[in-house]
Structures are given as structure tokens and as C-alpha cells.
Design a protein around this ligand. Sequence first.
Ligand code: ATR
Length: 267
Amino acid sequence: MIKCQVIGDPVRHSLSPYLHNAVYKQLGIDDKYVFDAVRVSPSELANYLARSRGGIVRGISVTVPHKVGVLQHLDEIDPLAQRIGAVNTIVNENNALIGYNTDTVGIITPLKQRLGSLRGKTALVLGAGGAARAAAFSLPDEGVTVHIANRTAERAESLAAEADAHSHSLDELDQLDFDILFNATSVGMQDDATLVPKQVLKSDHLVFEAVYKTTETTLLKDAKAAGATTISGLEMLAHQAVGQIKLYTGYDIGADFVLEILKAKHE
Ligand code: ATR
């Protein structure tokens, strides 16, 4: 059996095992491939990766809080992931661990589906971790001006300096003008918390949540109530999963197919 895994802490909420196993079944390769979730704490990360290198693990999907931390343990890093400084996908190629980033596709594709070209737009990115880094580096490539706000101000400042973006504190959100709001923090994943005061949200905003949960996050509920267009974390999950499935199995499948599998689970 070829094993693929998602690692994170927490990881219990992850839909990746359901999603990848359902895809293996549809592709008729579930007799060869199996996908499971492994809770790995930051202090266990180095050991986990060392064990995986010599084992039967083919692919590792990386989630909070390891997208930046894994880089130092890998044997090779794809140029895009290197530039972003975050890895969400690891492939074990003959006992060498190679890091990739498929989050950028997961962010840019749903935005383009709504807006067409992103050129000239302004985005506010909340967070400074792995998902925020993917947004902060890929959005300017599409002609988007990026503002970053994060709880820990120094992290926002250093990411903004690296990515040629502007940094702000979370209390300045009501003073910012933007077209796209991308929440790349884990806030809202496990409870009803939100970083965005309701009065900040406007009907001409496009609000994109990187995280997903069974019920709608407070941010997306508030955005809908303000008349804004919303994108749930399921779309990012689907689009980034397409790249992972190609890297792990060689099969190139459509994002719509993956999204249908995810929606079926949520209904
Ligand atoms: P990943 O690399 O997978 O994106 P991460 O590096 O842990 O995960 O990033 C999580 C993001 O959520 C960070 O921007 C974090 O803010 P800090 O840099 O201040 O830690 C943000 N975050 C998590 N919990 C938060 C909370 N309760 N309030 C505000 N921001 C929070």
C-alpha cells in the first residue's frame, strides 16, 4: 500500500483524508493508495519527517502550524515554494523529501473565477503564516496591491517587507480600502470568533476564507449579511488538492470533481 498523510496540530478537523480517499476510490486506485491524518506537534516534526523519508509515505499534505517549519527539514524545495517560504505539499521521491506549494493555485483560481483579471485590485490579507505567505507572494504577480494585518505586528511587517506589501495592525482594518479580503489566520476554524468588525465589510467586497468548517464561519456570515461576495475555504482546499493529487498519484483531475466530493460531504 502507498500511504499519503496530512500533518498538523490540530488535524482532527481536516477534510483531506475524506477527500483524497474518495478521489482514490473514484479513480479506482484505492487498492494501492490510502490517506490518513497524523497529529504532529512542532516538537515532533523533525522525527516524523525523518521516519517518513525511509518509510512507505509517498505524499504529505502540510497544514497549520507547519507550513513554514517543514522547510528546514526537506531535501529539496521547488522554486515557487522557496520564494514563498512555505510548503503545503511534500513528495517522497526515492527517500528524498521534496517540498511544493499548491496553496497559490488554491487562492488565485477562485478569485479569478469571480473577478476575471485581478490587475489593479487591492487585497487585505489577514495573517502572516503559511497561507498568508502564499497570498502575499502570488497576488502581486497578478497585479494586486497587498496589505497585510496580523496579531503579531512584527510578523506582518517582516512579511510585508519581503513580499513588497504594506503592513497594518488589526485595529486599523476600518481605515483600509480594499476589494479582496483573504483571511489566512486560523481564527474562526474552531469557534465563532472573527477578526473583522462587521462595519468593515461592504457589499462590493470579495471575502475569501482560507479555513473551512462544517458550519459557515462568522466572517463569511457577516460578509454575506453585508451583501459581499464570499468564497469558502472548501474552494481553496479543492484547488490546492488537485495539485497534490497530481504530485502523489500522477492523476490530473478537475477541481470541479473534487469540489463535488467536498460538497457531498457537507450536505
Ligand atoms: P500556517 O503557517 O499554517 O498558516 P501559522 O503560521 O500558525 O499557520 O499561522 C496562523 C496565523 O493565524 C498567524 O498569522 C497567527 O497570528 P500570529 O502571527 O500573531 O500568531 C494567526 N492567529 C492564530 N490565532 C489567532 C488569534 N486568536 N487571533 C489573531 N490571530 C491569530
